[in-house]
Unconditional design. Sequence first.
Length: 162
Amino acid sequence: MAKAKEIKTNAMRILETKKIPYKSYTYECDEFIDAIQIADMLGLPYEKVYKTLVTQGSSKNYYVFVIPIAEELDMKKAAKSVGEKSVAMLHVKDINAVTGYIRGGCTAIGMKKLYPTRIAQTAQELQQIIVSGGKLGMQLELAPQDLAAACNGEFADLLAAR
């Protein structure tokens, strides 16, 4: 009997093409669940797991922000980091059309277009971070610098004060 072939996502193929090492985690998931629940299911520390947020600037351009799951995006800092007057969260119904991914499976790696991407500077303090793997039920662990290289991202101060 043939061995089941691992289903690779676009993000995984891009990382492999760029020879960027990563580790994948899979979990059962039929519909969107938030990243905190995913971290709990996989037994992962919140500070190591990052979520991908997509926004639209006042210029109508799109921007991607990658921040720790338990933190909030400071919209003013986010806008400033990409040279916009303001940014607003992209409506859930528009995520697939803009990124090619679905809610809960959105990652900065391999979107339909290479949007300006900013990663919370706190990621630089970690050896590895975990981000969505490009579909529901898939997470990828990789070095923050490798994530930045894979999505042409830059590190920035993005987090709301607690």
